[in-house]
Design a protein around this ligand. Structure first.
Ligand SMILES: Nc1nc2c(ncn2[C@@H]2O[C@H](COP(=O)(O)OP(=O)(O)O)[C@@H](O)[C@H]2O)c(=O)[nH]1
Ligand SMILES: [Mg+2]
Length: 197
């Protein structure tokens, strides 16, 4: 059954794992540094602008936000990491909560990692990717804001990141992405559709 992204609707924001929907469906999570472009990607992938809040002010998404695409099929916007201004207590809460989420969530069939193409594979990205990959969860990386670079430099970064990821684990994909010119939109949708299908 093909996924109809335009039917996406926000269903809940969970502060703890026990507030997540029952662990009986299929879900694709979206992770990345604060301000990498996670919420923007979610909006353009679903085609619903304003579905997830975006903004210059980083660290706004402080819940595990569930968007339902079809019955028990979800896209999950995770809190951004690497936001140094966030209070330590909150960061520790999220480190623990996200750790438990990746390790225990049976519905999780794939992780989209969003990275700003101008700052790819920062330490926290690398840590998340190796760790989630070791758990055995397939990963697909979007090099977001690709419109900020010319074609040549963007392709060079894509190749470089691709070869680093190949050393990190198996089943890790990568592509260019931009909400501004919709580059890579169909490929991203196709990947999510495969995972949730
Ligand atoms: N030029 C450009 N800007 C983008 C793109 N994606 C996100 N942005 C901008 O980057 C900022 C952070 O985006 P947001 O989606 O809120 O990031 P999040 O914190 O990861 O959810 C916003 O000002 C967006 O408008 C993109 O593909 N191209
Ligand atoms: Mg966000």
């Amino acid at each position: 059954m093909p996924i109809n992204f335009s039917q996406a609707r926000f269903i809940k924001g969970a502060h703890n794992l026990n507030q997540c929907p029952p662990d009986t469906g299929l879900e694709v999570a979206i992770a990345g540094r604060s301000n990498a472009g996670k919420s923007s990607a979610l909006n353009v992938i679903t085609g619903i602008s304003g579905l997830a809040r975006t903004g210059k002010q980083p660290g706004r998404t402080r819940q595990i936000n569930y968007f339902e695409l079809a019955e028990r099929r979800y896209l999950v916007d995770l809190p951004g990491y690497g936001y140094a201004e966030a209070p330590l207590k909150l960061r520790q809460h999220w480190d623990r909560t996200l750790g438990a989420y990746f390790e225990t969530r049976k519905s999780l069939v794939g992780l989209l990692v969003i990275m700003d193409i101008r700052h790819p594979l920062k330490d926290l990205d690398q840590q998340l990717i190796s760790w989630v990959s070791d758990i055995g969860i397939p990963i697909h990386c979007l090099l977001a804001k690709s419109d900020k670079l010319k074609h040549g430099p963007a392709s060079a970064i894509l190749r470089r990141v691709c070869s680093r990821l190949a050393k990190t684990g198996t089943d890790i994909g990568i592509q260019l992405f931009s909400v501004a010119d919709k580059r890579g939109l169909n490929d991203a949708r196709e990947k999510i559709g495969q995972w949730l299908g």
